[in-house]
Write a protein that binds this ligand. Structure first.
Ligand SMILES: Nc1ncnc2c1ncn2[C@@H]1O[C@H](COP(=O)(O)OP(=O)(O)O)[C@@H](O)[C@H]1O
Ligand SMILES: [Mg+2]
Length: 265
């Protein structure tokens, strides 16, 4: 369903700040697969998600979604296939607009609506039903401005907006990292519920190793622009946080010794 092939992304190419953020990354996700992505700061996790979302062109490689080659599609042309939730709860919603207006914008993402903001009673019912899954009472506050909501409520609304029109791929980039632990747990529960309800294909970046092993059905670890671990099934069930950390330093170590051999030549 999602195929990333030989993705190479170099920032500031040919300058002193040249930075290879993705080194020929191959990744295939089956429909309905829920992948968690871990790795240290700067490992290339967000770049991988940005690449799938089409925020910038690749230096090499290709991306296809459901058999459609989207490599040359800019982000707005992929928006009907992909939706995304960022770390900052303020980023996904418009504060000065009501909950209902925000949801209409989410429908427009897939161009189901013309530019006119249309809210009729049928649509209102649809919104209420989608919001009621959250269990936060937002279904009774359709006319409230989003700026009145807490960070957790806004992130929950962003999740509903991202899934209102089932996307082919849902991208979550540390979407609970900016929330307090209790709210984060609530958002994780909501995330699980929505993904299950709509049987979504998901790439979720998290810095929480516990969360990475607990959620979804497959985990990859990235380091310096490469996928250094890819586990699922029994292997993943047996994996512990200590095991992940060990794998991480092993990958680091082997790369360092490879570098040493290269440098010695
Ligand atoms: N727009 C950009 N311009 C220049 N360098 C970038 C840009 N985005 C990311 N990078 C660099 O690419 C590397 C990978 O970054 P990123 O994918 O954000 O890492 P992660 O999300 O794993 O922390 C980092 O070294 C980062 O500084
Ligand atoms: Mg990141």
């Amino acid at each position: 369903m999602l195929k990333v092939k030989g993705a190479l992304k170099v920032f500031n190419k040919g300058t002193i700040n040249q930075n290879v953020a993705l080194r020929n990354v191959d990744l295939e996700l089956k429909s309905g697969e829920f992948l968690t992505v871990v790795g240290s700061n700067g490992a290339g996790k967000s770049t991988l998600l940005n690449t799938v979302a089409g925020n910038f062109p690749l230096d090499k490689g290709s991306i296809s979604i459901d058999g459609i080659d989207v490599t040359s599609f800019p982000d707005y042309k992929r928006a009907n296939l992909i939706s995304r939730v960022f770390q900052d709860p303020l980023q996904g919603t418009a504060a000065s607009m009501t909950i209902a207006e925000n949801l209409v914008l989410a429908l427009k993402r897939s161009s189901r609506l013309s530019l006119k903001l249309g809210i009729n009673s049928k649509r209102e019912e649809e919104f209420k039903e989608a919001l009621s899954i959250l269990g936060l009472g937002l279904e009774d506050r359709l006319g409230d401005k989003v700026g009145l909501l807490s960070g957790g409520q806004r992130q929950a609304l962003t999740l509903v907006m991202a899934t209102l029109e089932k996307p082919k791929v849902l991208l979550l980039d540390e979407h609970t990292a900016a929330l307090d632990p209790k709210t984060a747990k609530n958002i994780v529960d909501i995330t699980k519920k929505l993904i299950k309800e709509y049987n979504l294909t998901v790439l979720m970046v998290t810095h929480d190793l516990n969360q990475a092993l607990d959620l979804g059905d497959r985990t990859i670890m990235m380091d310096k622009g490469e996928i250094v671990l890819d586990i699922s099934g029994k292997e993943r069930e047996k994996m512990t946080i200590e095991g992940l950390l060990e794998q991480f330093s092993r990958a680091r170590g082997s790369r360092l010794s490879n570098d040493r051999i290269l440098l010695a030549q």
